[in-house]
Design a binder for this molecule. Structure first.
Ligand code: ADP
Length: 307
C-alpha cells in the first residue's frame, strides 16, 4: 500500500492580458513540491516557507480537507510543502501548492480522477488565499500548457502551446500587501465601455486562435488589455517603462502576470530574450526597483514524482 506520494506543480501566469479570470498558462519558471504522507489522524502542514500552516488557511491544507470530505477518507495526512514559487508575486504560488496536492492526493488514494475534477479540487483550495474559488492558475498548473476556464459548470479547455513560444518574466523585489489579490481586484472598474469590451474580446479571441494555430506571433501581439491593466498598472513601480523597454527590445506583447507585481513579456524563441530581460530590469531600475528575471517556456503541468 502506498503511504507517501510526492508531486510537483509549476508556476503559472493568469489573464494573458485580455483573458481576465479565463486564461492561464503554465510556465516553466518555478515549481512547488508537495509530499503527502499518511499519518494517524488530522491534517498537519510542514513547511520552511512563510505561508500559513493552519490547514484552513493554506491552499494545500484546504485541498486535502475537501478531498478527504468528498471521498469520506478518515486517514490523517501530513503535508510537506517545499516552495519554489515566491508567494504573492502573480506567479500562481498558492495555486501550485493546491495543484500538486490534488495530484498527489489522487495518487495516494488511487482515485484516478479526470483533469476537470483535479482542477475543481485544486481550485477549491484557492479560497484559502484569495477568499474565493478561482480556477485560472490551478487549471494551468494541474494540466499544463494554455487553458481556457469556463465556469457554471466548470469546463477547462487545454491547448498545447507552440513550441517556439517564450516568456521573459520580471519579478520585482518589492513588498507585496498581505491581501494583494483582494486589493488588486478592488481597483478594477465595475462597469466598462462597450468599445473596450470589443477590443479585449477581439484580442482574447486572437490569442486562442494563436494557440490553436501554433502562431506565437499572433499570441504575442494580441496580449493587449485596455480594461484591467490600465486600472492596475499604478501598483507596479515603473510598469510603463518595463513594458516600453521590452517591446523596444523585441517582445511581441507585455502585460501584468496575474494580479502582479510580476510583469511578463511574450516572444518567439528567435528573439533576443536576454536583451528583453535586461530591458525589463532597466525599466524597473528606472523606478529604483530591483527585479529577478527569468526566461522560460510553457510547462507541461503537475506530475507525480517517482522517489
Ligand atoms: P500569487 O498568485 O500572486 O502567488 P496568491 O494568490 O497565490 O498570489 O496568494 C498568495 C497568498 O496566499 C499569500 O498571502 C499566502 O500567505 C497565501 N497562501 C496560502 N497557502 C499558500 C500556499 N500553499 N502557498 C503560497 N501561498 C499561500
Amino acid at each position: 500500500m502506498v503511504s507517501k506520494v510526492t508531486a510537483k506543480a509549476p508556476s503559472s501566469t493568469a489573464n494573458l492580458g485580455p483573458g481576465f479570470d479565463v486564461f492561464g498558462l503554465a510556465v516553466d519558471a518555478f515549481y512547488d513540491t508537495v509530499t503527502l504522507t499518511k499519518i494517524k489522524n488530522g491534517i498537519k502542514i510542514i513547511t520552511d516557507a512563510n505561508i500559513p500552516t493552519n490547514p484552513e488557511k493554506n491552499t494545500a491544507g484546504l485541498v486535502v480537507k475537501n478531498m478527504k470530505r468528498k471521498f469520506k477518507i478518515k486517514q490523517g495526512i501530513e503535508i510537506n510543502i517545499k516552495k519554489g514559487i515566491p508567494a504573492g508575486f502573480g506567479m500562481g504560488s498558492s495555486a501550485a501548492s493546491a495543484a500538486a496536492t490534488a495530484v498527489a492526493f489522487d495518487k495516494l488514494f488511487g482515485l484516478k480522477l479526470d483533469g476537470n475534477s483535479l482542477v475543481e479540487f485544486a481550485g477549491s483550495g484557492e479560497k484559502a488565499s484569495a477568499g474565493t474559488v478561482h480556477y485560472d492558475n490551478v487549471a494551468a498548473s494541474v494540466l499544463g500548457g494554455f487553458v481556457i476556464v469556463k465556469t457554471n459548470p466548470l469546463d477547462v479547455i487545454r491547448i498545447e502551446p507552440p513550441s517556439n513560444l517564450r516568456m521573459c518574466i520580471a519579478v520585482p523585489t518589492i513588498k507585496v500587501p498581505k491581501k494583494k489579490t483582494k486589493v488588486s481586484r478592488g481597483v478594477i472598474p465595475k462597469k466598462i465601455k462597450l468599445s473596450d469590451s470589443i477590443l479585449n474580446l477581439s484580442n482574447a479571441a486572437s490569442i486562442v486562435a494563436g494557440f490553436m494555430n501554433k502562431d506565437s506571433e499572433l499570441i504575442g501581439n494580441s496580449i493587449k488589455d485596455v480594461i484591467v491593466e490600465p486600472a492596475r498598472q499604478h501598483m507596479i513601480p515603473g510598469f510603463l517603462k518595463v513594458k516600453e523597454n521590452a517591446i523596444k527590445a523585441g517582445a511581441l506583447g507585455v502585460t501584468i502576470s496575474g494580479a502582479g507585481p510580476s510583469v511578463i513579456a511574450f516572444a518567439k524563441s528567435s528573439a533576443n530574450l536576454k536583451k528583453i530581460s535586461m530591458a525589463m530590469s532597466k525599466g524597473f531600475a528606472s523606478a529604483s526597483t530591483e527585479c529577478q528575471t527569468i526566461i522560460c517556456k510553457p510547462s507541461k503541468g503537475a506530475v507525480n514524482k517517482r522517489k
